[in-house]
Ligand binder design. Structure first.
Ligand code: URA
Length: 228
């Protein structure tokens, strides 16, 4: 990893501030003065110091929460109670990976690891998110046929999704990307509004195996979500 990236990732200094610190000769690797922020460092062996203080790798947290209704996934008080209020410990930069609507329940991951958030959210990584959907009316074959055609949201063709376990007005849907009101807008196309939505899985991480009551959470690890 580049030295400047390591410093900006693990301190409150931006890349620009890091460059300034290097120009001011405040940064050392193994007690040798650094003159170029692009130098590659070895995270296992190298000791990085700023003003003689060791910079250690930040420890990231990953939390699986069973989100209850009535909570929003942002930290703006205007929109209502935030899921962040349900986490009793303090973690700087804690945020949700994507968002569930205020009236949606189920699995949401919180972390302070921005690059992990980016990885999970990026449509190109096609991370599966599975939801249980309850519809106003029974889901009919002709609706499925319509939804199997190309669908555009916000003027862009959305990724294909999977629908399974159809049982009258109940089914499961698997998405590979997440747009605002994604599922609600999909079912509006076939005039069958969503009445209830519950997310049950993000890739390997399944609500079933977590044994979490609504509003409760558990600390997890990346390997619980991805095969690593
Ligand atoms: N799609 C929606 O419409 N709402 C959610 O909360 C999640 C996916």
């Amino acid at each position: 990893m580049r030295l400047d990236k390591f410093i900006s990732n693990n301190t409150n200094y931006s890349r620009k501030q890091t460059k300034k610190l290097i120009d001011l000769k405040k940064v050392t690797i193994n007690d040798f003065l650094v003159i170029d922020g692009s130098i590659k460092i070895n995270l296992e062996k190298d000791v990085i110091k700023i003003n003689d203080q060791i910079i250690s790798k930040k420890s990231f947290v990953y939390i699986a929460l069973n989100k209850p209704k009535g909570y929003v996934c942002s930290n703006s008080n205007i929109e209502g109670k935030s899921v962040l209020e349900l986490i009793l410990e303090n973690h700087k930069n804690l945020h949700t990976i994507g968002r569930l609507d205020k009236d949606t329940t189920g699995l949401i991951i919180l972390t302070n690891d921005g690059s992990f958030t980016h990885f999970i959210k990026s449509p190109k990584n096609e991370i599966e998110k599975e939801y249980q959907v309850w519809l106003e009316k029974p889901f009919e074959k002709k609706m499925l046929e319509k939804l199997n055609q190309d669908i555009y949201l916000d003027g862009k063709k959305i990724k294909k999704f999977k629908i399974k376990n159809i049982d009258q007005n109940k089914l499961n849907i698997i998405l590979y990307e997440g747009k605002y009101h994604h599922i609600k807008r999909i079912f509006k196309i076939v005039n069958n509004p969503v009445v209830k939505l519950n997310r049950i899985r993000i890739n390997k991480l399944s609500l079933n195996n977590l044994n979490l009551e609504l509003g409760k959470y558990k600390y997890i690890e990346i390997k619980d979500i991805l095969d690593i």
